[in-house]
Write a protein that binds this ligand. Structure first.
Ligand code: SF4
Length: 390
């Protein structure tokens, strides 16, 4: 831009223009979206479906007297480029600007962690990772990951503990849908949703298992955790390697508890969230408990849950509480009140109070106190006794 070169054909760039770009998809104008919430859903559908570099079109939206133009996204990095990116001379230190202000505690949890891949095709509706990293997994090579683990030995404060070997979803490493790699993501169906996993996606934890075994053998490694989120529905879906993967995790890669994110158990809420049904969670828990017993370990599952997601009412939280008490035999401690994240379908639901698929009206809790009440219903030990249930 300093050199006054034309930037308007660079992929991944958005810019304001006085002229529309007719060859791009014409979105409803900013004003139309303000006047009509359904138009905003149309706009979001186009934004969401034009996010894959292989298949995306550019987008053009009138805003007052000008146009917002969004070029198709940048091409994905291939394995070599992913490796080259990771080989850049990262310092693993705080930026000097922050270092002057003292310690930043959270650096300790990420300083010696390894990112194995980019992207996520889980499409949880409240999460923006699929939009900003893409829905196609791009993987680093094993050799490059092992080099990084070896390099940790150079640091004086490295104690042989790798805090995480993972990515947006740890167990999406090392496999992808062949159709997606050639033609881009599908617009009409999802790779995985509340009811099913696409038949074309062959979930295979084999490469991930090999990677974890090799990481454990790297000189200086005493323990390598997998702290990133794991999709339990992919473990139960992988008939060939799912059990072995979970066994590796139970034996070597969790620290007393494994974190899973069912987020809810009520089917209509799960559908709005884009999460798998509770039956899968029950199957997974059985597998996890059996493995821990076989291995002579006393490890637990920790569940992430969301209160006040669009579509969720207090009665749904009571049902969730009943399920965690009766079926999971635990009292949840980790529940968060839903936050609408930009770039997500859940934020669209929150704003429009509609199900974006059916355009039907849905209940959305917007009162801060009542949102907190939803959370308390599920985390408070004695909520029924204290009358919270009423
Ligand atoms: S074919 Fe199935 S797995 Fe592949 S991109 Fe489409 S929905 Fe996803």
């Amino acid at each position: 831009m300093d050199e006054k070169r034309d930037y308007t054909d660079i992929r991944g760039v958005c810019y304001i223009s006085k002229e529309p770009k007719y060859e791009y998809i014409q979105l409803p104008s900013h004003q139309e979206c303000l006047d009509d919430k359904e138009k905003y859903i149309y706009l979001f559908d186009d934004f969401y479906d034009n996010n894959d570099p292989i298949s995306a079109n550019g987008l053009c939206q009138p805003v007052d007297s000008r146009y917002l133009i969004q070029n198709p996204p940048c091409d994905y990095l291939d394995e070599k480029e992913m490796d080259a990116n990771s080989n850049l001379p990262f310092t693993r230190e705080l930026h000097p600007y922050y270092a002057k202000m003292g310690k930043v505690k959270c650096l300790e949890t990420i300083k010696f962690s390894i990112m194995t891949h980019h992207g996520c095709w889980g499409e949880c509706n409240f999460c923006a990772i699929g939009v900003h990293q893409g829905r196609t997994i791009r993987t680093r090579t094993e050799g490059n990951i092992l080099e990084e683990a070896k390099e940790f030995n150079k640091y004086k404060d490295y104690k042989g503990i790798i805090s995480d070997v993972g990515g947006p979803t740890a167990n999406m490493y090392g496999y992808e849908c062949g159709k997606k790699l050639k033609k881009g993501t599908c617009d009409d169906i999802r790779c995985v949703d509340a009811e099913r996993l696409c038949k074309v996606m062959h979930v295979d934890h084999g490469r991930n298992i090999n990677l974890l075994r090799k990481v454990r053998e790297v000189e200086g490694v005493r323990k390598a955790f997998v702290a990133s989120g794991v999709r339990y529905d992919l473990i139960t879906a992988d008939k060939k390697h799912g059990y072995s993967y979970l066994k590796e995790m139970v034996q070597h890669h969790i620290s007393g508890q494994m974190k899973v994110a069912p987020e809810h158990t009520q089917q209509h809420v799960l559908e709005l969230m884009g999460k798998p049904g509770k039956e899968t969670l029950v199957d997974f828990k059985k597998m996890y408990d059996r493995l821990n017993k076989e291995e002579g370990k006393n490890q637990f599952l920790t569940y992430y849950l969301i209160a006040a997601h669009p579509g969720c009412e207090e009665k749904d939280m009571h049902e969730l509480k009943r399920f965690t008490t009766d079926e999971l035999k635990m009292n949840p401690e980790q529940a968060q009140v839903f936050t609408p994240t930009p770039g997500t379908y859940s934020a669209v639901m929150y704003y429009t109070e509609m199900d974006p698929k059916t355009r039907k009206k849905i209940f959305v809790e917007k009162d801060t106190k009542r949102k907190e009440k939803q959370k308390k219903i599920v985390v408070e030990k004695d909520c029924f006794k204290t009358g919270f249930a009423s």
